[in-house]
Structure formats: structure tokens, C-alpha cells
Design a protein. Structure first.
Length: 388
């Protein structure tokens, strides 16, 4: 097991302080970001308002709901309801929903609103989103296609991120009594896990299949440094994704895979525990960080702690608290004049000589980084009913 013996853990007072700041920052943002949404990433530390048409918009609404859980402020509830209405209109009018990120959009916004305040619009929107997601399922290959036309061989692939979209399907089966959503989710998990986790427990970002036979073809990256490296956020999706896979399937082998994927993530952290954008890099490399990956991994670890043997729980709880402490001390926004976000030094998309990424959102705040930082804090502050 990896240990960070000398690294401090975040304590209860610091958790409260961090959540109090997040709550204040979100309330301050409501005038600009209730009828509009925050852009996926900040520019110069500040988010700009955008329409509800990106795959990331649900994270902003999720922050609102987490803040509402913390403070009970009715202004947050009203803003969350306004945004749920926007999500219902989006799915009913099919605005930018032809991709697999229905879970990222509708779990922290509409499922959360339904669980917290019984929003009927949230329930309706989330079930429609689940219907939209299963339309991307390929029986040949047994996976949900990430993006692109469904009949295009060059798009016949899944990506590791989709493990976080699947809880929407489990929720839809539970809510409607229709097993089809759960059955598709479980087939996708099985296919993904069998292919995206490499022999050394690093992960592929994306994996392609043969369109005619469904046979596995090859792994690649769109967002990592190179095909054979481990994109930090992808590895973190693997950590959280395996925790959720076990939660919903109870398959013991997923605990083993969680431990291996997590261990790979931990062994490739730099001295301050916050990863560079690709785990190929470490201290001394002139490369940007991706603080969002630390938050995602912390959430996945805290989720899996619930299902581990008592003698294993302490190790993982400590690691999660150390990860969040590193963010709280050195990456979290502490001054509202400097940024309207929550966590600095994230990377959305970084170009390299070996990938085709656009270069944007590098060394900035991003929505999922802010959201998962808040989720990790909330998980450590109370018994939390997850949105996923």
C-alpha cells in the first residue's frame, strides 16, 4: 500500500470552513448564473455565463444543490429549480444531447433535485435523459458509444468517463421498475472494465471495437499525453467508476480492480499529492496540474470505503482526507476577488505532440473540479446520499 505518512489530513474545522466558503461563493454567483450556466472552464480565474448546451452544465447545478444541503438557503433551492426547468426544456427539445454524457448532465442536477426536494420536473427530465442515453447502446459490442454518428466505424468506441454516466440508468430502473436501463448499464460496465484497464492497472481513455463483430480493437487517447500514458482525469474516473460499479453490481472483482486502479493513481502522484494532467509527469516536469483529478479520486475512494472490510477502511479514508487537504491548502480559491470558482489549477484539454486536443481550460478552474471538491467535502461532513 502507498502511504503518505507525513501528509496532513483535512480536519472537521477545515471541512466546515471550506464548505462555508463554497456556499458564499455560489450565493455570490447566483445573480449571474441562475438563468445562465457557468462555462466549462474559467478564463483568468473567472467563469463566463453560457447557455445550457454543454456536457458540463450539470456540475454547476450540482454545486448549487450541495450548497443548499449545507446551508438550507432558500435562494439556492429556487435557483436549483430554475435550472431543473432548463434541463427539462433541453432534453425535451434535444438541445446538444446526442452524446453519452446524460449522467454528467442529469444526475447532479435533476436526480439530485428529485432526491432533495421531490422535484417532479427533475424526475421527468432525468428519465427522458436515461431514455436518450440508452439510444447510444450497441448490442454488437455491448457498450454505449461516447459520441459521433452511430453508424461511423471511427466512432465505434467507449470512453472511461462513461462509468459516471451509468448511475443515471440504475436510478431510472429503480424509479420506473423497468429493468432495461440497468441491464444496459451492466453490459457496458462489463465491456468497459474488460478493455479500458491495462495489465498494469493504468487506463485507456478510449477503446475502439469492430463495428461488424463487436470484437475489441484497440485503445487510444483523445485527452492524455499519448496513447500509452495514463491521462490523470481518466485514471480518476476509473477510481470513482469502479466504486460505483461495485455499488450497483456487488461484483467482488470490482473491489480488486478498484484497489489496483487506485494504487496506480496514488503511486504516480507528485510530492504535493495533486496530479499533473497526465500521470506520465511528476515533480520537475514543466507541465500543468489537474487538480480536478484529485477531487474525483477522493470522491471515488470515499464511496468505496463504505463497502470495504473495517480493517481496510482507515487506510483509504486517510488517503482521501490527505488528497482533499492538499487541495484545501494549496489549490482552493480563498479570495473571491481573485476568482469566482472554487479550485484553481485544473486542466480541461491540453494539446500534446501525440494527441489532437484543443488547448483550453489549462491551469484554470473547471466545473467538475469545483463540483467534486464540494462533493468530497460534503461526504466528509455528513452521511451523504449521493446524486450518482
Amino acid at each position: 500500500m502507498i502511504t503518505f505518512e507525513n501528509k496532513p489530513e483535512i480536519n472537521a474545522e477545515e471541512i466546515k470552513d471550506a464548505l462555508t466558503f463554497c456556499n458564499r461563493q455560489i450565493l455570490n454567483n447566483l445573480p449571474q448564473f441562475t438563468d445562465k450556466f457557468q462555462k466549462a472552464y474559467s478564463e483568468g480565474g473567472f467563469y463566463q455565463p453560457v447557455e445550457n448546451d454543454d456536457w458540463t452544465c450539470g456540475f454547476w447545478t450540482g454545486e448549487i444543490w450541495l450548497a443548499y444541503e449545507f446551508s438550507g438557503d432558500e435562494r439556492l433551492k429556487a435557483a436549483g429549480e430554475t435550472q431543473i426547468h432548463s434541463f427539462l426544456e433541453r432534453i425535451e427539445n434535444k438541445i446538444a444531447v446526442d452524446h453519452h454524457d446524460m449522467g454528467f448532465l442529469y444526475s447532479p442536477s435533476c436526480v439530485a433535485g428529485y432526491k432533495l426536494i421531490g422535484s417532479s420536473e427533475g424526475r421527468k427530465a432525468a428519465i427522458l435523459a436515461a431514455d436518450q442515453l440508452i439510444r447510444r447502446y450497441h448490442p454488437i459490442g455491448e457498450f454505449i458509444q461516447a459520441w459521433g454518428p452511430m453508424d461511423a466505424p471511427e466512432n465505434y468506441r467507449l470512453i472511461i468517463d462513461c462509468l459516471l454516466n451509468l448511475p443515471l440508468l440504475y436510478w431510472a430502473s429503480e424509479e420506473t421498475g423497468d429493468a432495461k436501463y440497468r441491464e444496459i448499464a451492466e453490459k457496458h460496465i462489463h465491456t468497459a472494465v474488460a478493455n479500458v484497464i491495462r495489465e498494469d492497472a493504468s487506463t485507456w481513455h478510449t477503446f475502439f471495437f469492430d463495428m461488424e463483430t463487436g470484437a475489441p480493437d484497440h485503445g487510444a487517447t483523445c485527452q492524455g499525453y499519448r496513447d500509452g500514458s495514463a491521462w490523470a482525469r481518466g485514471q480518476a474516473w476509473g477510481v470513482y467508476g469502479m466504486a460505483l460499479a461495485y455499488k450497483y453490481t456487488g461484483r467482488e472483482e470490482y473491489i480488486t480492480l478498484f484497489k489496483r486502479v487506485t494504487e496506480y493513481f496514488l503511486t504516480h502522484l507528485p510530492e504535493d499529492m495533486v496530479p499533473f494532467w497526465d500521470l506520465e509527469f511528476t515533480d520537475g516536469d514543466d507541465q500543468p496540474r489537474d487538480s480536478s483529478s484529485a477531487s474525483i479520486a477522493a470522491c471515488g475512494i470515499l464511496e468505496m470505503v463504505k463497502y470495504l472490510k473495517p480493517e481496510e477502511q482507515g487506510y483509504y479514508k486517510k488517503i482521501a482526507r490527505q488528497l482533499v487537504k492538499a487541495l484545501y491548502d494549496h489549490y482552493a480559491v480563498k479570495d473571491m476577488e481573485s476568482s469566482n470558482g472554487l479550485v484553481l489549477h485544473s486542466t480541461y484539454s491540453n494539446h500534446s505532440p501525440y494527441n489532437t486536443c484543443n488547448h483550453y481550460g489549462v491551469d484554470e478552474c473547471n466545473l467538475w473540479g469545483d463540483y467534486f471538491y464540494m462533493e468530497a467535502l460534503t461526504r466528509m461532513d455528513k452521511e451523504w446520499e449521493l446524486y450518482w
